[in-house]
Design a protein around this ligand. Structure first.
Ligand code: B3K
Ligand code: ZN
Length: 872
C-alpha cells in the first residue's frame, strides 16, 4: 500500500467553506446530496485539478454552479472524483451519491445496525458518505438535513444546533435540519437516526449559555443512562474550572449504539458511543465499567476544545488531540476519585499496553513519520505515551505556567488545524524557555532506560546519585532526552531526610544529559532514594535497590505511587528469580508477606482502594516485559501462581477478617463512588488471594458472594475467582450467570471474557464452542473483543500454547473478520506483537501463524499493514 509521509505534507489546493448535506435515509438506498462552497486555497497551487476523496461510493449526479458537468471534464470511480479543471474563483459543486448503510459492515461512514443509522468518520469515513476533501485541515461550516421514515427513525440528530423539523408532506417520512456554526473537518461530521429513548438535563455555562445535555439509548434503557448524563455535566463543569473552557453550542448530545468499532467518537455536539461506555446499572455494570464510562464521557467531551475547536493539521499530529485529551481525562478522573490510586491505574495501563508496543515490531514515535493505514495508529503510544509527554511538560514548567500555556494554545489556535510545534510554541511563549530538546520525546520510538546508582559517604555526610540514560535502538547521534525526575530521600527507619541539592527544584531534578550526578549535602545517615515519584517520566528505571530498601519505601515513602511501585518491584523480583531459576528466595518471600501484613494492619481500612492496588501483583505480562527475551509464559504463570499462593496462605487470617470488616451492612444502597468501589476492590483482592491458597475456602466464599451479591462488581469477582478453580462449582456458576443475563449482551460479554481467560488446556476448545453460542456474533465488535480479544491479550498461557493452537485461533478469527470489518480484525491482530520475544518453539509457531495471515489473498490494507510490520 502507498505510504503517506509527514515530510510530504502540503496544504490543500482547494478549500470548502460551506457544506450543505441532504441525507435521505433508507436501509439500502440512502441518497446524499452535498452542496459544497469551494474556493482556491491561497496557500495551495493555483490551477491544480480538484481531487476529492471517495470510498465505495456510487456517483449519481454532479453539477458545477448549477450546470451538469460534461462527462469528459471529470473522472469518478469508487475511491476518487477528479475535476480536471475548476474555476480560479469561488464556485459551488453539487454531488449526489448513493449508499447502502445496511451492507456497511465495516462500521465506517454511514451504517445501519441494530436498527439505528449512525456514522463514524474519523479518520477517513466521511469519504464513504460523499466525495470530499477528507483531510483534517479543510474546515467547513455544515448544515445537514436528515430525512427518514418516521416510524423507523423518529429521532434524527446532527452536529450543531437544531434548526427546523417537520413532516414530508404526503409521505410517512419526516426531516430535521441541523446547523453547526463552527468550522470543522469532515472527520467530526455525524448523524444519527433511529428509535431511541432520551434522558436530559440543563446546564448553564460560565459564559451564561443555557445548554441542553441529552443522552440517547436503546428503548427501555433510560434508567441506565443516568450515570453517563451526570458524567457529562461534571465534565462540563470541570473543564470550566480546570482549563477555563466553556461549551459552545445550545445542545450536547450523546448517543449509545451497540455496534461500534472503538470506544466513542467526539463528533461536534453529537458524541457517538459504544453502548458499553454509556449504559450502567448496579446489576449490570462493574465499578471498573462506571470508572471507564466517566473517563470516556469526559474524554470525548474534552475533545470539544482539544480536538474540535483546535484540530490537527494532518494525521501525523494525532497525539496533539489524543495525548492531550487523555491527559485531560486522567486529570478529571484524578479529581473525581483518588489521585494516587488513579495514577497507579494509569501506569499499570501504560506498562500493560504501551511498553510492550514500544518494545515490539509495531513501535513508532508518538508523532509517527509515516503510515500506510492511519486507523492502525490509534495506539497506546499516541494516546498514553502522548499523555505522559504532556504530564512531563507540566512537571518541567510547573502548574501555573502549564495552565497559562494551555490558555495560550487555545487562544492562538482556536478555529485552526494545528501541529505539535504550535502546541509547544504556546508554552515557549509563556515561559520564555526553549522546548526544542524536550520535543525529542515526540520523535523516536522505544522506552528509555534510566540507570541510577546511589552512594553514601558517611564521613562527608553526602549522598550521590549517578544517572545514565539510554535508549533502545537509538544511535550514538541520538540526543539525550529531557527527563523530569521527581525524587526524594527516605530514611531507613523514619520518614523524610531533609537533605538539599541545589539542582532539585520543587522536588524535581531534570536529567537532560546522557549522564549526570546529583549530590545531596548534610545527609545524616544512609538514605533510600525514592525515584520517579508519581512516575514522573515514562521510562524503565534500573536501580540496584535490594528488597529491604524497597520495603522501606513501602513503609515510609510519602509518595503513594512509589510505595506501590516498591511493592510491585519486590514481587517482580521474586517472580523473575523463580522464572530464571535463580536461588530460591525463601526469606525474600517471607519478608514480603510480613511487610504486606504490617501494611494491611496499619492502613487497609484507611484507604481500601490503595490497599487493593498493593495486593494486586504485577501481571504475567509485567513479568514477561521485565524478562524481555526467550519468554516462557508457562514458567511465568507458575511463578505468579506460587507467589499468590504464598501471600494467600501467609495473610489468610488477616484477609478473612478484612473481608468481614469490609462487608456492606445489608440494605446499604449501591454507590458507584470511589470509596465504595475501593472497599469492594479490596474485599475482592482478598478473595483472589485466599482462593489462590485454598481452593475449598475460595469456592465457598465465592459461591456465597455470588449468592449475596447486590451489584455486578461483587457477582463478577465471585465468578472470576471460581473461574480459576476447575470443577463443577465453576461450571454451575457460569451456567447460572448465563441464564440470569441471557438478554443482556453487555453482561454476556463479561461472561465470554471470563471463560476466555481461564488458564487451562480446555480453553481453546471452550472458545470454539462459545463462538457458536446464540449471543455471540462476529458482526458485533464488543462480542469479538470479549471472546477473542480477551483470550489473546489476557490469557498468556493459552494464547501462547506451545502447540500453536492459540495462535491458530486468533489467525482464523482475524481472517474471518477481515472481509467484513478490517479495522477490528487489524486491532485483534496486534496481539501477535510480542512474538519475537518468545522462546524459540512458540516464536516459530507465532511466526508461522502470522505468515499464514500475510500470505492470504485479498487482505485489507488494515490487516496487511499490521502483518507486514509485525514480520519486518
Ligand atoms: N477520536 C476517536 C477515535 C477514532 C478512531 C478512528 N479509527 C475517539 C477518541 O479518541 O476520542
Ligand atoms: Zn480521543
Amino acid at each position: 500500500p502507498p505510504t503517506v509521509r509527514l515530510e510530504d505534507y502540503r496544504p490543500s489546493d482547494h478549500l470548502i467553506d460551506r457544506v450543505e448535506l441532504d441525507v435521505r435515509l433508507d436501509p439500502h438506498d440512502t441518497r446524499v446530496s452535498a452542496t459544497l462552497a469551494l474556493r482556491p486555497n491561497p496557500a495551495g497551487r493555483a490551477g491544480a485539478p480538484l481531487v476529492l476523496d471517495g470510498d465505495d461510493l456510487t456517483l449519481l449526479g454532479l453539477e458545477l454552479d448549477g450546470q451538469a458537468l460534461a462527462p469528459d471534464t471529470f473522472r469518478a470511480d469508487a475511491s476518487s472524483l477528479t475535476l480536471h479543471a475548476v474555476p480560479q474563483r469561488p464556485f459551488t459543486l453539487r454531488i449526489e451519491t448513493r449508499l447502502d448503510p445496511t451492507a456497511n459492515t465495516r462500521l465506517m461512514g454511514l451504517y445501519r445496525s441494530s436498527g439505528v443509522y449512525s456514522t463514524q468518520c474519523e479518520a477517513d469515513g466521511f469519504r464513504r458518505i460523499t466525495y470530499f476533501l477528507d483531510r483534517p485541515d479543510v474546515l467547513s461550516v455544515y448544515t445537514t438535513r436528515i430525512e427518514a421514515d418516521r416510524a423507523a427513525a423518529p429521532v434524527l440528530l446532527g452536529n450543531g444546533n437544531p434548526v427546523e423539523a417537520g413532516a414530508v408532506a404526503g409521505t410517512d417520512r419526516h426531516y430535521a435540519v441541523w446547523h453547526d456554526p463552527l468550522p470543522k473537518p469532515a472527520y467530526l461530521f455525524a448523524l444519527v437516526g433511529g428509535r431511541l429513548d432520551r434522558v436530559a438535563k440543563g446546564f448553564t455555562t460560565m459564559e451564561g449559555r443555557a445548554v441542553e445535555i441529552a443522552v440517547y439509548v436503546e428503548p427501555g434503557k433510560r434508567d441506565r443512562a443516568a450515570y453517563a448524563l451526570d458524567a457529562v455535566e461534571r465534565s462540563m463543569a470541570w473543564d470550566e474550572r480546570a482549563f477555563g473552557r466553556a461549551y459552545d453550542l445550545d445542545v450536547f448530545n450523546v448517543v449509545a449504539v451497540s455496534d461500534f468499532n472503538m470506544g466513542a467518537m467526539e463528533n461536534k455536539g453529537l458524541n457517538i458511543f459504544n453502548d458499553k461506555f454509556v449504559l450502567a446499572s448496579p446489576d449490570t455494570a462493574t465499578d471498573t465499567d462506571y470508572a471507564a464510562i466517566e473517563a470516556i464521557i469526559a474524554h470525548e467531551y474534552f475533545h470539544n476544545w482539544s480536538g474540535n475547536r483546535v484540530t490537527c493539521r494532518d494525521w501525523f499530529q494525532l497525539c496533539l488531540k489524543e495525548g492531550l485529551t487523555v491527559f485531560r481525562d486522567q486529570e478529571f478522573s484524578s479529581d473525581m476519585r483518588s489521585r494516587a490510586v488513579h495514577r497507579i491505574a494509569e501506569v499499570r495501563n501504560l506498562r500493560a499496553r504501551q511498553f510492550p508496543e514500544d518494545a515490539g515490531p509495531l513501535a513508532h514515535p508518538v508523532r509517527p513519520k509515516q503510515y500506510a493505514e492511519i486507523n492502525n495508529f490509534y495506539t497506546a503510544t499516541v494516546y498514553e505515551k502522548g499523555a505522559e509527554i504532556v504530564r512531563m511538560l507540566r512537571t518541567l514548567i510547573g502548574e501555573t505556567a502549564f495552565r497559562a500555556g494551555m490558555d495560550r494554545y487555545f487562544a492562538d489556535n482556536d478555529g485552526t488545524a494545528a501541529t505539535v510545534e504550535d502546541f509547544l510554541k504556546a508554552f515557549e511563549a509563556v515561559t520564555g524557555r526553549d522546548l526544542a530538546r524536550f520535543a525529542e520525546w515526540y520523535e523516536r520510538p522505544g522506552t528509555p532506560r534510566v540507570a541510577v546508582f546511589g552512594s553514601y559517604d558517611a564521613a562527608a555526610k553526602t549522598y550521590r546519585l549517578a544517572f545514565r540514560q539510554t535508549r533502545p535502538g537509538a544511535g550514538a547521534d541520538a540526543p539525550p532526552l529531557v527527563i523530569p525526575i521527581r525524587l526524594g530521600l527516605v530514611g531507613t527507619d523514619g520518614p523524610l531526610i531533609d537533605a538539599a541539592s541545589g539542582r532539585v527544584e520543587d522536588g524535581v531534578f531534570v536529567l537532560d544529559a546522557a549522564e549526570d550526578t546529583l549530590t545531596f549535602e548534610n545527609v545524616a545517615a544512609e538514605p533510600v532514594p525514592s525515584l520517579f515519584r508519581g512516575f514522573s517520566a515514562p521510562v524503565r528505571v534500573e536501580s540496584a535497590l535490594d528488597a529491604a530498601a524497597r520495603l522501606t519505601l513501602l513503609r515510609h515513602d510519602p509518595d503513594s505511587f512509589n510505595r506501590w511501585e516498591a511493592a510491585q518491584r519486590v514481587a517482580l523480583g521474586l517472580m523473575t528469580a523463580q522464572v530464571r531459576g535463580d536461588a530460591p528466595e525463601e526469606a525474600g518471600a517471607d519478608d514480603f508477606v510480613g511487610a504486606l501484613g504490617a501494611f494491611l494492619d496499619g492502613e487497609a481500612l484507611r484507604d481500601p482502594a490503595f490497599a487493593a492496588q498493593i495486593l494486586a501483583l504485577p501481571s504475567e505480562g509485567d513479568v514477561a516485559d521485565e524478562i524481555g527475551t526467550e519468554i516462557d509464559p508457562d514458567a511465568i504463570a507458575s511463578a505468579r501462581r506460587d507467589l499468590r499462593r504464598r501471600l494467600g496462605a501467609g495473610l489468610r487470617a488477616r484477609l478473612l477478617t478484612l473481608r468481614e470488616e469490609l462487608a456492606e451492612p445489608a440494605g446499604t444502597p449501591f454507590s458507584p463512588d470511589a470509596s465504595a468501589a475501593g472497599r469492594r476492590a479490596l474485599r475482592n483482592a482478598a478473595l483472589d488471594l485466599i482462593a489462590a491458597a485454598d481452593a475449598e475456602t475460595g469456592t465457598a466464599l465465592a459461591q456465597a458472594q455470588i449468592a449475596a451479591a447486590t451489584n455486578m462488581t461483587d457477582r463478577l469477582a465471585g465468578l472470576a475467582a471460581l473461574a480459576l478453580l476447575p470443577g463443577e462449582a465453576r461450571e454451575a456458576a457460569l451456567a447460572a450467570f448465563a441464564e440470569r443475563y441471557a438478554d443482556e449482551p453487555l453482561v454476556l460479554d463479561k461472561w465470554f471474557a471470563i471463560q476466555a481467560m481461564i488458564p487451562e488446556d480446555g480453553t481453546v476448545a471452550r472458545i470454539r464452542r462459545l463462538q457458536g453460542h446464540p449471543a455471540f456474533a462476529m458482526t458485533n465488535p464488543n462480542r469479538v473483543r470479549s471472546l477473542v480479544g480477551s483470550f489473546s491479550l489476557a490469557n498468556p498461557t493459552q494464547f501462547n500454547r506451545a502447540d500453536g493452537a492459540g495462535y491458530a485461533l486468533l489467525a482464523e478469527t482475524v481472517l474471518a473478520l477481515d472481509g467484513t470489518n478490517p479495522q477490528v480484525a487489524a486491532r485483534l491482530m496486534t496481539a501477535f506483537g510480542p512474538w519475537r520475544r518468545l522462546e524459540p518453539g512458540r516464536r516459530a509457531q507465532a511466526e508461522s501463524a502470522l505468515r499464514r495471515i500475510v500470505a492470504t489473498q485479498g487482505l485489507s490494507r488494515d490487516v496487511a499493514d499490521i502483518g507486514t510490520r509485525s514480520l519486518a
